[in-house]
Design a protein around this ligand. Structure first.
Ligand SMILES: NC(=O)c1ccc[n+]([C@@H]2O[C@H](COP(=O)([O-])OP(=O)(O)OC[C@H]3O[C@@H](n4cnc5c(N)ncnc54)[C@H](OP(=O)(O)O)[C@@H]3O)[C@@H](O)[C@H]2O)c1
Length: 236
């Protein structure tokens, strides 16, 4: 069955890989990126029939509003799945002792507020169409946002932002459960992208294949869960 997906941060890395795999499976994808025209990988996939390139900076209210209007216009049946993939790490050299407030704020603005704003804006489009059809939201978190699983403090701004995103995920899951939504936080593995770096052991292809398998097989029991790309549940 062909579904309609929105993927944020689709210019490169995992976001671009989601668009590649989803379009290859025959789904319709709205690929949201800050600068779609500057991503050669995305340009190769955009055909304005099954893959639409849409300008969207998740920290900019105007941009979110315009992107939502574009999606709504081109998806009259609504959206089935939102993949909130866009995220930033902040300076990875900073430690708990050296991270300034400015960096916490920047990372929080994108990873938490940006994800929430994009989701709230798209909710009416996710609610459109068949009420019996399950709608899904995947918030791209990270294992380093797990408070229960933390062993040593690394990447403080990123960890704190993903822990907050996990709480947002649980709140959304709770709020939307009666409307036939499933909302999860996901850990993609340590993946070879600009973000994950060249020493990462997991290829984007395998991470995204795993996450799409997880998404396809979600049931209401998993609403509000934190799951990795291999389907394992993660401690909050
Ligand atoms: N790679 C890993 O090992 C790993 C591990 C755990 C979690 N994650 C999470 O997975 C997600 C994707 O990571 P990745 O490895 O693919 O990272 P990446 O290669 O750095 O790509 C990040 C993407 O997010 C976009 N983005 C950043 N800020 C944005 C904004 N304000 N509005 C819209 N798009 C924005 C970037 O767009 P531009 O091209 O315009 O900069 C880019 O498309 C992130 O949320 C990350 O935290 C990754």
């Amino acid at each position: 069955m062909s579904l309609t997906y929105v993927v944020t941060g689709a210019s490169r890395g995992l976001g671009l890989e989601f668009v590649k795999q989803l379009s290859a499976k025959g789904h319709q994808v709205f690929a949201l990126a800050r600068h779609p025209e500057q991503s050669p990988g995305l340009q190769q996939l955009i055909d304005n029939k099954s893959v639409f390139g849409v300008q969207a900076d998740i920290t900019c209210e105007k941009s979110i509003k315009e992107a939502t209007a574009h999606v709504k216009k081109n998806a009259p049946e609504g959206v089935d799945v939102l993949i909130n993939n866009a995220g930033i790490s902040g300076d990875m050299k900073l430690t708990l002792d050296t991270t300034p407030k400015k960096v916490y704020m920047q990372v929080f603005e994108t990873n938490v507020c940006g994800t929430m704003d994009m989701t709230c804006s798209l909710l009416p489009v996710l609610r459109m169409g068949d009420k019996e059809k399950t709608k899904k939201i995947l918030n791209m978190s990270s294992i380093i946002g797990s408070i229960g699983g933390m062993s040593k403090p690394t990447l403080p701004a990123l960890s704190v932002s993903k822990a907050a995103l996990n709480m947002v995920t649980r709140m959304m899951a709770n709020r939307l459960s009666k409307e036939n939504f499933i909302v999860i936080a996901a850990h993609p593995g340590w993946v070879k992208t600009d973000f994950g770096g060249k020493n990462a052991p997991v290829q984007p292809k395998d991470s995204v294949q795993g996450l799409l398998h997880v998404l396809d097989h979600l049931t209401s029991k998993e609403n509000g869960s934190f799951i990795d790309f291999q389907g394992n549940k993660i401690k909050w």
